[in-house]
Design a protein around this ligand. Structure first.
Ligand code: NAP
Ligand code: HSE
Length: 445
């Protein structure tokens, strides 16, 4: 579908007028990039910053705006006829949804980095944008600076996407990388990530896997043309990761990563976010710090790999500005392209219980005869075969020992039943962690 490009005019003196909702980590970097273009004479296409909206006008800012541009009133942007592009970088579902929909209905184009609103209300917003003949672009919402939304929307659209697996949260990847190196503990690494501008306003969204879950739903909608509600995503965060898990993972030849995956199975689509063992020999295991990576397999193109900085002001502003400039070019040329409604394929959404993989199981057991037999029995009853067992860190004084069990591939539903039984065994002091092992059928590990 194509339409006249927005109702808003070409802005001020031929420049596209831009209003920025939110002037935090990302908004400041975007405002700075626009002001730099204004001052350094980048004219094609030309932009003019017409306003920025925040919650608290007295807060110190990372960017100095010309007099009179900062406000706490969103109407200064949404009701300004000279604003043709609204950049929403506030975050959260509300009031972001209201502001974005108001902007679209007023014939303004919108660029957003807000994966939460896209996850929860993206289909509605796309519908409104299409109805009003305007653009809704969101390259920065997933993978920070990595161009991934564009390729899924356009370049790969002839493909049937078979699999998609990613590291799409910079904060948790930064924390996991630090913990794996045996350096900073969880809290210190999180503080560092916050200081570098990677974390969400509420970092529990990062740590508990919500941010990655929002993002994988956005990617799934584009890749599989299937609306995946947040509740349909299996989600586990990284709070349960312990220094011991990193040590054992390394000894066993794995890295630990927060994986987000959307896999096409014979009977539907399984979407999951959880920490996972990744064999050290594959590229995903070596994506460290704030880097994100996305592996995609299309039936025509085959496997693809995208990697880059997944969070932080500069890479995110790179993606936001790419969208802003694309719209400004369209406005300048009058090319009249608007948001396209995503066709719906509607794959059946599978439950995590149907997932199949190998498992790492870490337990603390009473160090006495018959322990292994009881645990092996509980696994065997659920048809789970043991691949290796290691007894680690024996504590002679308390007569307990650490046990690490690696299994052969098993069904998640069976593993969960086995775990419940193992927890109840009198020989088990505690079941400390269960981590899934990512499958890479083409390599030996
Ligand atoms: P942030 O630093 O917390 O900034 C949020 C900004 O929005 C602040 O300026 C805040 O105002 C303003 N704001 C929040 N609620 C508002 C409201 N109700 N009315 C008016 N202004 C409001 O967040 P950020 O890191 O820049 O992230 C912004 C968006 O980009 C989020 O959707 C995030 O998920 C996404 N994103 C972030 C990154 C990253 O690396 N940080 C990367 C990709 C995408 P005050 O300053 O007055 O509080
Ligand atoms: N908090 C997010 C992250 C920002 O750490 O990846 C980028 O979306």
């Amino acid at each position: 579908m194509s339409a006249a490009i927005g109702k808003a005019g070409p802005g001020v003196h031929g420049a596209a007028g831009v209003g920025v909702l939110g002037l935090g980590v990302v908004g400041s970097a975007v405002a700075r990039a626009i002001l730099e273009r204004e001052h350094t004479g980048h004219t094609q296409p030309s932009l003019k910053l017409l306003g920025a909206v925040v919650r608290d006008i007295r807060k110190p800012r990372l960017v100095r705006l010309p007099e009179g541009l900062l406000s706490t009133d969103a109407a200064t942007i949404l009701d300004n006829p000279d604003v043709s592009i609204v950049v929403e970088v506030m975050g959260g579902e509300m009031p972001a949804f209201d502001y974005i929909s108001r902007a679209l209905r007023a014939g303004k184009h919108v660029v957003t980095a807000n994966k939460e609103v896209l996850c929860k209300r993206g289909a509605e917003l796309e519908e409104i944008a299409a109805e009003h003949g305007v653009r809704l672009l969101y390259e920065a919402s997933v993978g920070g600076g990595i161009p991934i939304i564009g390729p899924l929307t356009t370049d790969l659209s002839a493909n049937r996407i078979l699999g998609l697996r990613a590291i799409i949260n910079g904060t948790t990847n930064y924390i996991l990388t630090k913990m794996a190196a045996g350096g900073a503990g969880f809290d210190v690494a999180l503080k560092e990530a916050q200081g570098l501008g990677y974390a969400e306003a509420d970092p529990t969204n990062d740590v508990d896997g919500f941010d990655a879950a929002f993002k994988i739903t956005v990617l799934s909608r584009l890749a599989y043309r299937t609306h995946v509600p947040l509740e349909a995503v299996y989600r586990e965060g990284i709070r349960n990761m312990d220094a011991k898990d990193f040590r054992y993972a390394k000894d066993l030849g794995f890295a630990i990563k927060l994986i987000a995956a959307a896999q096409r199975e014979e009977d539907g689509l399984l979407v999951r976010v959880h920490p996972a063992f990744v064999p050290v020999g594959v590229p995903m295991a070596n994506v460290n710090g704030v880097l994100n990576a996305v592996e995609i397999e299309g039936d025509m193109v085959g496997p693809l790999w995208f990697q880059g900085r997944g969070a932080g002001p500069s890479p995110t502003a790179s993606a936001v500005m790419g969208d802003v400039l694309r719209i400004a070019r369209e406005i300048e040329s009058g090319s009249g392209v608007s948001t396209v409604r995503q066709p719906v394929e509607g794959l059946r959404l599978l439950q995590m219980g149907e997932h199949q993989c190998r498992y790492y199981l870490r337990l603390t057991v009473h160090d006495r005869a018959g322990v292994l037999a009881k645990i092996a029995g509980a696994l065997g009853e659920m048809n789970i075969s043991i691949r290796s067992v290691l007894q680690m860190d024996t504590d002679e004084k308390h007569r307990v020992a650490g046990l690490v069990i690696m299994t052969h591939p098993a069904r998640e539903a069976n593993m969960q039943k086995a775990v419940a039984r193992i927890r109840d065994l009198d020989v088990v002091a505690s079941l400390d962690n269960l981590i899934r092992v990512e499958s890479y059928p083409d390599i030996a590990y």
